[in-house]
Structure formats: structure tokens, C-alpha cells
Design a protein around this ligand. Structure first.
Ligand SMILES: C[S@@+](CC[C@H](N)C(=O)[O-])C[C@H]1O[C@@H](n2cnc3c(N)ncnc32)[C@H](O)[C@@H]1O
Length: 263
């Protein structure tokens, strides 16, 4: 399931799909909001758990934080290193190849951890959440950018499939949400549509409380369009973000948790 993350085509596809110039406004704002919700200040260290090509590590480093960026994929880490170098923030980011489901950091190692669009691709999400919970200090913060199973996009898709009588196949209903494996062979990619309440409950059993929830990308229907319609949908995503629409209607949502102090 991890082969797809080693492919150069995956990186260029993500650049085309998600980092359209219009979307950059949303990501700049979302990352800066995330740092504000986490109450982190410049000079402090934050773990980027699943940095991919490094776009958010770079944003965070430019905001003045020191970043420990980890990813399971060598190709992603190489790309992140290249981009950090060309953005002149290499002195503030260190890179390590690590698997979120078996981290070798000691318990209570970080005050701040964020993981953006990563747990959504890990079939054993419970294990990743257990590991992220373990390495955070009491009083520390965990920010997760996840997909929502309650998103309007999925409701529209279900309605269209109902009308054309083509039900979605292969979706598994699991305790933390619905999950599906797309593609075959080296292109296999697991995608969760999480139940944010189930995630909150799961983490509350690991001593975390939700301190903030925010809308992310409203819709990914833009992936099915080109040209003007696509640009219009991306602008609607930006508008939904700036209007702070209810997070549960969006495809993407940011959840920020605080680890309770030990009694
Ligand atoms: C959709 S990308 C997100 C990358 C980055 N956070 C961003 O938003 O641009 C998902 C990333 O998670 C990484 N990943 C998937 N499973 C992982 C695991 N078990 N441990 C660490 N990283 C993992 C992949 O290699 C990939 O770089």
C-alpha cells in the first residue's frame, strides 16, 4: 500500500490536483490558523507527521518554527528536501524517514505535532493515532487535517449514484468512519472518510480534548473539472473558508486537540 507514495507521478499529480495557485491562499491561511489554534510561538519545534513533498513544513518553517519532518516515503522526503532548499528554510527543517504506525520517538517527546492529510491514507488509523498520542507531552497539542464522512460532496455523490443506479463498491464501514482502497498493485491507495466525532472520542480515551475544529477544503469536485469551472469551484472553497462555514459539510476539516495534564 506504500508503493504509490514512492512514485514521482504521485507528487506531480498532487501538485496539479491540490496546489493550484488559487488554492494556495487557502493553505497559507489554514496553516497560519492551525499554528494560532495550537498556540505555538516562533523558535519552538513542531513535528510534521507525514510531510509529503514538504509544502506545509516549509510554510511552518517560514512562520519561524523549527520543524521535524517525517514521512514513510524516501521519494517524498527527497522532494521535500529539494523544496526546502530552494525556499531557503533548510536550516529550520530536519527530515527523517519514519512510519507513523511505529515511531521510535520516546513517550512525551513533542509539545506540538501536526499531521496534514496523512492518517486518511493509513488503513490502521488507530495505530497511527495511538503513536501520535504517545509521543505528545501532557499539555501539548495535536492538529489533524482529515476528511469528513459527512461532507456535502459525498451526499451529492450518493445522490448521483442513486439516480444512475451505480452504487459505490468496496466502501467499508469501520468504527472510525468509512474506508476504501482505490487502484491496483503499486497504485493502491487507502482513503478514509472519517467520523470526526469517533476520532474525538477515540482520542479522548487517550487523554486528549478537542480545543478547535475548523473547515478545510469545502469540496473536491474541482478534481473532476477543468478551466473556468475548476477555477470557480476553487474560489468557492476559498470563500467557504473565509466565511468559516460549519466544518462538517466540508471534505476537509482541521481538528486541534490538547493532551490533558497528568493529575
Ligand atoms: C496526501 S500526502 C500529504 C502530504 C503533506 N502532509 C501535504 O499535506 O502536502 C500523504 C503523505 O503521507 C505519507 N504517509 C502515508 N502513510 C504513512 C505512514 N504510515 N507513515 C508516515 N507517512 C505516511 C505519504 O508518504 C505521503 O507523503
Amino acid at each position: 500500500m506504500r508503493d504509490v507514495f514512492e512514485k514521482k507521478e504521485t507528487i506531480s499529480k498532487w501538485d496539479d490536483d491540490y496546489y493550484h495557485p488559487i488554492s494556495l491562499w487557502l493553505y497559507d491561511r489554514a496553516i497560519s490558523d492551525m499554528l494560532r489554534f495550537m498556540e505555538i510561538t516562533p523558535g519552538e519545534t513542531i513535528l510534521d507527521a507525514g510531510c509529503g513533498p514538504g509544502v506545509h513544513s516549509i510554510r511552518v518553517a517560514k512562520a519561524g518554527m523549527r520543524v521535524c519532518a517525517i514521512d514513510i516515503s524516501k521519494a517524498m522526503l527527497q522532494q521535500a528536501h529539494l523544496r526546502a532548499k530552494s525556499e531557503r528554510v533548510l536550516d529550520r527543517i530536519e527530515f527523517h524517514q519514519k512510519d507513523l504506525t511505529e515511531l521510535d520517538f520516546p513517550d512525551a517527546h513533542f509539545n506540538y505535532v501536526f499531521s496534514w492529510g496523512v492518517v486518511i491514507h493509513i488503513p490502521d488509523a488507530e495505530r497511527a493515532l495511538d503513536e501520535l498520542s504517545r509521543i505528545i507531552k501532557p499539555g501539548g497539542k495535536l492538529a489533524l487535517y482529515l476528511t469528513n464522512k459527512t461532507a456535502l460532496d459525498h451526499k451529492i455523490e450518493s445522490f448521483v449514484r442513486f439516480v444512475i443506479r451505480k452504487p459505490k463498491k468496496g466502501m467499508k464501514k469501520l468504527p472510525l468512519g468509512n474506508g476504501i482502497c482505490y487502484g491496483k498493485g503499486q497504485n493502491k491507495l487507502w482513503v478514509w472518510r472519517f467520523d470526526a466525532n469517533a476520532i474525538t472520542e477515540y482520542l479522548s480515551k487517550r487523554n486528549f480534548r478537542l480545543v478547535n475544529r475548523h473547515i478545510g477544503e469545502l469540496s473536491q469536485l474541482q478534481l473532476r473539472c477543468k478551466g473556468l469551472p475548476r477555477r470557480a469551484l476553487l474560489k468557492i472553497n476559498n470563500l467557504a473558508y473565509s466565511l468559516n462555514l460549519p466544518p462538517h459539510i466540508a471534505v476537509g476539516t482541521l481538528l486541534v486537540f490538547e493532551k490533558r495534564q497528568n493529575l
